[in-house]
Design a protein around this ligand. Structure first.
Ligand SMILES: Nc1nc2c(c(=O)[nH]1)N[C@H]1C(S)=C(S)[C@@H](COP(=O)(O)O)O[C@H]1N2
Ligand SMILES: [Mo]
Length: 206
């Protein structure tokens, strides 16, 4: 009988899985949770669909401004991804539905000098990342989680999802994406969270 049986806990078999690339599915220093904690710095904001605009601007050929209805009308994809918070919890198999970032990139056509992206929330929260990390087939502007509209506390009705970076890069209440030639640290990044945030190399803090 294993020590965990003695303590009345069964080890979670999912915690020992590996990814196709051979890396552990659970990044180092993380603990698997089946709940979905809420991590928010600001107060959960109101959402006004009539006033909402989704914007992409900066170093792009075709800046984009969409109403809520126009954003809702874009083709959608579904994606299942793990979610890793820098405060050491991970939640597996989140089923997201939304607009693929690559569809948006095809519309706005980033200029060659665009190297970074700053995601903006309508609360004023921001988070930065290299365009190379955003430009992937697993990043999306999400409206649904596990089949339901995303709850307000979790960033509903629209949030960014960048599964391969710590979740502070996945801005809740997303209002736009600013394309930049130079990097520009976002909210947590200015306060000491790691600028890049790769969970597998534990890029947690400066
Ligand atoms: N606007 C905004 N987006 C945010 C945050 C925040 O405080 N404000 N927190 C980030 C962090 S640190 C995490 S772990 C995830 C948490 O998402 P959840 O509350 O849906 O679990 O949102 C990220 N996006
Ligand atoms: Mo987080």
């Amino acid at each position: 009988m294993g020590i965990s049986r003695l303590f009345g806990r069964t080890p979670d078999p999912q915690a020992n899985q590996t990814l196709p690339n051979g890396e552990p599915r659970l990044p180092p220093g993380q603990t698997l949770t089946h709940k979905w904690p809420i991590l928010t710095h600001e107060t959960t904001p109101r959402f006004d669909p009539a006033a909402y605009r989704f914007r992409i601007w900066g170093a792009v050929e075709q800046p984009l401004e969409l109403t809520w209805e126009e954003l809702q009308a874009l083709p959608r994809v579904q994606l299942t991804a793990d979610f890793h918070c820098v405060t050491t919890w991970s939640r597996y198999d989140n089923a997201w539905e939304g607009v693929a970032i690559r569809d948006l990139l095809a519309r706005v056509k980033p200029k060659p000098e665009a190297k970074y992206v700053l995601a903006h929330s309508w609360t004023g929260y921001t988070t930065n990342m290299p365009l190379a990390d955003l430009d992937d087939d697993d990043t999306l502007v999400a409206f649904k989680h596990d089949g339901e509209e995303i709850e307000r506390e979790h960033g509903g009705p629209v949030r960014l999802i960048v599964p391969k970076l710590y979740a502070y890069k996945s801005a809740k209440w997303l209002s736009g994406l600013e394309f930049l030639e130079q990097d520009s640290p976002g909210f947590w990044e200015q306060l000491g969270y790691h600028n890049h945030a790769d969970p597998w190399t534990e890029e947690r803090f400066w």
